[in-house]
Design a protein around this ligand. Structure first.
Ligand code: ASP
Length: 324
């Protein structure tokens, strides 16, 4: 009798641990996994967000890079992590394309996660090594059509934003280039700077400072309007390639099964972080801006993510572009 009562008590205390755990959350360091290499654009956004969220949460938020396979290696780590809010994923548009690009994954690329909130939509730029023999997008297209596979185009693996952007470009100019994959566009940037890579399409969060210091050539920004951080860079439409438009949205995720109050607390911290003066100023210098506060919620993030999965699926299926 006593033993049964003790067992019942134990079970009860476990059930009760959920809300209590959420109340104390966070009581230790949180890790944000970035599924790309250090020094790249997703890493840059993550470090700014981690620092600002840490201030609101009263705990250190560290960033760990787990690059490779277009972001699927880092994503898998988070999908399989303990769902307690201490291991998170900060990923980009790849969360919407991976479910269609990869048919065999060791984790569920949609059901494996709880969305926490959207962060930013970052413009992309088409950049080239400093001595690339073109100064405008029209001249670059002529060179691409002439040199084709003699040109090296860097990306961060299949499903990466740079991969999608490269597909759009190669389709628009109707010429293939040799694709060189990296674990992220941070390391790819080093190779463009040394001239071993010819071209890359990457977020302004990685290219703005290199463009403004003339370390690279730039041909267009992939937005409808010019952006304040790069006022002299024409839009793709102005430069004659209106179909060449992409913006790279980023979001924060917890593993599936993370208690709702923990997800809510993280979302609240994200919303505070996105209004942090230092973060907003730095985002602006890097050519982007935080999303509006009502988009940094689990609900808005889930709706946007699902709509983007539905948007990309027919495009990827029609292109027959699979990673596996
Ligand atoms: N910008 C990269 C991409 O092409 C990823 C990164 O390193 O952040 O998806």
């Amino acid at each position: 009798m006593i033993r049964i009562a003790r067992r019942a008590l134990m079970a009860l205390s476990l059930v009760a641990a959920g809300p209590a755990m959420a109340q104390q959350f966070p009581s230790r360091t949180i890790t944000i996994i970035v599924p790309f290499a250090a020094g790249g654009p997703t890493d840059t956004v993550s470090r700014l967000v981690a620092e600002a969220m840490g201030r609101d949460l009263g705990q250190t938020v560290v960033v760990e890079n787990a690059g490779g396979a277009g972001g699927t290696i880092g994503s898998q780590r988070v999908a399989q992590a303990r769902p307690d809010g201490y291991t998170l994923l900060l990923h980009h548009i790849g969360m919407a394309t991976t479910p269609s690009l990869y048919r065999r994954l060791a984790y569920d690329p949609v059901g494996g996660f709880e969305p926490v909130g959207l962060i930013t939509e970052v413009p992309m730029t088409l950049v080239a090594k400093k001595d690339f023999p073109a100064n405008t997008l029209a001249e670059a297209i002529t060179v691409i059509r002439r040199e084709r596979e003699n040109l090296n185009y860097a990306n961060a693996g299949i499903g990466a934003a740079s991969h999608l952007c490269g597909l759009l470009l190669m389709k628009a100019v109707d010429a293939p280039m040799t694709t060189v994959p990296f674990r992220g566009t941070g390391p790819a940037m080093q190779e463009i700077l040394t001239g071993r890579i010819d071209l890359m399409c990457d977020q302004t969060t990685n290219t703005t400072e290199q463009i403004n210091s003339n370390a690279l050539k730039v041909f267009s920004v992939t937005t409808e309007a010019r952006i304040p951080a790069l006022p002299n860079v024409p839009t793709s439409a102005e430069a004659g390639l209106p179909a060449f438009q992409v913006s790279v949205w980023h979001g924060l995720y917890a593993p599936k099964g993370t208690p709702a109050p923990v997800v809510q607390r993280l979302s609240q911290a994200l919303q505070v972080a996105l209004r942090d003066e230092k973060l907003v100023a730095r985002f602006g210098e890097l050519g982007t801006a935080p999303v509006a506060q009502d988009r940094a919620t689990p609900e808005a993030h889930r709706a946007f993510w699902q709509a983007d999965i539905a948007k990309w699926r027919p495009i990827i299926q029609a292109a027959g572009q699979y990673a596996d």
